[in-house]
Design a binder for this molecule. Sequence first.
Ligand code: ADP
Ligand code: GLC
Length: 483
Amino acid sequence: MKKLQLLAVASEIFPLIKTGGLADVVGALPAALAHEDVKVRTVVPGYPSVMAALPKGKALRTFAEFFGGPAQLIAGKAAGLDILALDAPHLFGRPGNPYSGPDGRDWPDNWRRFAALSRITADIAMGALPGYRPDVVHAHDWQTGLTFAYMHFAGGRRPGTVMTIHNLAFQGQFSPDLFPLLGLPPEALGTDGVEYYGAIGYLKAGLHYADRITTVSPCYAAEIRTPEEGMGLDGLIRGRSGVMSGILNGIDVDEWNPETDRHLAAKFSATDVAPRALNKSALQSFLGLDQDATAPLFGIVTRLTWQKGLDLLLANVPNLLSQGAQLAVLGTGEPGIEGGFRAAAAANPGRIGCVIGYDEGLAHRVLAGSDAVLVPSRFEPCGLTQLYGLRYGAIPVVARVGGLSDTVIDANPAALGAGVATGLQFAPVTYEMMRVALERSIGLYRQPDIWNQLRANGMASDVSWRDPARRYAAMFREIAPAD
Ligand code: ADP
Ligand code: GLC
């Protein structure tokens, strides 16, 4: 089989820069695709954390002026990844969150930052680096959507193109007044181009010009064809449904391996699950929870946003506590939700433990120490924490939406009878249905035979990248130019 050269582009990549699952996926795909004879180079913005990881990086191109300032394209290896970083301090030399400033507001020049990222990627795709001709370009989310518009108007041999939607809630829409600054020809500004209801739509552009569109689960692929879930892009998505598919995310099973995880108080495995109890008591002690091995401990690790349905969990706190449960919360996000969990923890010492912040190691410890992981999202393109839960024996209790519905098998009587259940699902995503799901979970927790079976089934399920990587590789081969 011919080795395929894939040029990926994204605004996040684990472990160099991460705000959510996008980074995990972009960081894990190269190793997974290597097994399929696909060689990946990834273009990312040269944020401070990225540049710090490339001390021996080599400048492949230097620009006196690139979207408003000097820039270099730096090539280097970091954490096993082949990185091409756009080092442009005027655009990316800002520490912290990649999209917003210290006041939590989006940077006003995000249109320029991510147009620049897309432009450099398109230039590389079209042959700007001597000796490097990618077969396929894989762009992730709105920040990279203009790439395919630039490639479309460049002319010449063009690699195949795939646009992956990780979250339709983020579309990158900007004022049409900015159009002349993007360096696209006038004919690109139309509904048959980058225009989106009178604005410029970066994700829309990517979806319009891509050869193939994917999203991160089959169920989300179906949902976003509907006006209810399509967030205004459902018409375009329906029109392109012939080239669209859902490929479920995997997880990095080396990074997330309870047998070797250096973050844990005690390592464990599917065949030796007993030491898991030590992780529960370590988590209880770290969060100031009562040392109680018998209390069902629910964990959450998440961005604290409306998407994630956590207001419904806050409303359900009294129900959880009245049934003897404990809650471990790790998250950061909207101040109102952060405040809600802080207040709940302060009002219920010993029962609710809460860390507001971002902590990779603690995320591992919450998944290893909780009995169940809660993911009550209103919508969820894939979701990774329920996959980490399956692998770490924290039984997922999830909303039946998007990738959550594709990855968790509900413990209904039929699935229990067949011995295949791995967690609990609830729908619709309301206070009342969540209350019922929590009550069901606690009921099953108090029947150790069933609970242990759920855990064993989950820990035995394949959540690796093996199968998804095969699907991506097969698609890349279909669209690679023949030469
Ligand atoms: P999304 O990308 O919508 O945030 P996912 O479930 O796909 O949701 O991915 C979230 C990723 O971010 C997971 O790897 C999760 O462990 C991680 N994560 C989210 N919040 C935190 C946090 N506060 N601390 C550490 N890791 C977090
Ligand atoms: C997005 C989605 C999440 C998905 C992740 C990685 O952030 O919200 O559901 O798992 O991307 O694809």
